[in-house]
Design a protein around this ligand. Structure first.
Ligand code: FDM
Length: 251
């Protein structure tokens, strides 16, 4: 059976260098002759993407559940093409995916991180004017709409501290680009990471990376070239393609 392309997701907080690193990784793979395609979610060009863009720029208001489902729909719109590409041998690099979906939505229902408990009810919605309680934005609820999407072979989480993010120029103007929200998002990402078996990056033989989703944390506070080298160290084993069938989230 010919090998399929690898599916690699890069996740991270704002100012983690995610977009720079995904495009560098894309360039490196293309230059090495690997058929590769770069995706970025949300894809702001589609009909759902335009609604998401307007929400993120605070030009429109939406219920927390409605925006969560739009982010998921935005991925489902691309799912068929992604599956075809992977099965015909194209490697996919993806800048954010369903893990951001869970992290940013479930973060809205968290109390401030100092007293954080992922099952606590919401007291700090990003949209306090809404009349409907956001307590249903549980971790499980946020995970559900993405069930069945193609599962990545590898998730690389670019971890950056608040101090480093601030030193890089602080956060931007969009809805979630605030220190308190980023702290909560980080807490949910940590909760997601524990669902996956730990990977020893030093033992990155292809056999270890194949056959199920793997999550790797990389210190994104390091020099950009060092982060790129760490990413390549994880990805290299998947460059020749993957011999196991494409999995589905969360099964
Ligand atoms: N975001 C992104 C979500 O809230 N849910 C999602 O499913 C995804 C993919 O959208 F604040 C958030 C994360 C971020 C914002 O992302 C846009 P970029 O990477 O800054 O464009």
């Amino acid at each position: 059976m010919p090998k399929r392309g690898a599916f690699i997701v890069v996740e991270g907080l704002d100012r983690s260098g995610k977009t720079t690193q995904t495009s560098r990784l894309y360039d490196r793979l293309s230059q090495s002759g690997t058929p590769v395609k770069l995706y970025k979610f949300p894809d702001r060009t589609t009909a759902t993407g335009k609604m998401i863009d307007s929400y993120l720029r605070s030009q429109s208001e939406l219920d927390d559940r409605a925006i969560h489902l739009l982010f998921s729909a935005n991925r489902w719109e691309a799912a068929c093409s992604m599956i075809k590409e992977l099965e015909t041998g194209t490697t996919i690099i993806c800048d954010r995916y369903a893990f951001s979906g869970i992290a940013f939505s479930a973060a809205k229902a968290l109390p401030p991180p100092s007293s954080s408990s992922l099952s606590s009810p919401d007291t700090n919605s990003t949209n306090p004017s809404k009349s409907i309680s956001t307590s249903t934005l549980s971790y499980e609820w946020c995970r559900a709409p993405d069930t069945g999407l193609p599962a990545p072979d590898l998730v690389i989480f670019l971890d950056v501290s608040e101090a480093v993010a601030q030193a890089r120029g602080g956060y931007g103007q969009e809805r979630y680009e605030k220190a308190d929200m980023q702290r909560r998002v980080r807490a949910v990402f940590q909760r997601i990471a524990i669902e996956f078996p730990p990977v020893d990056v030093g033992r990155r033989a292809q056999g270890e990376l194949e056959g199920g989703l793997r999550w790797i944390n990389i210190d994104a506070g390091q020099d950009m070239d060092k982060v790129g080298a760490d990413i390549w160290n994880c990805v290299e084993a998947l460059v020749g393609g993957v011999g196991t069938p494409l999995g589905r989230l969360w099964s």
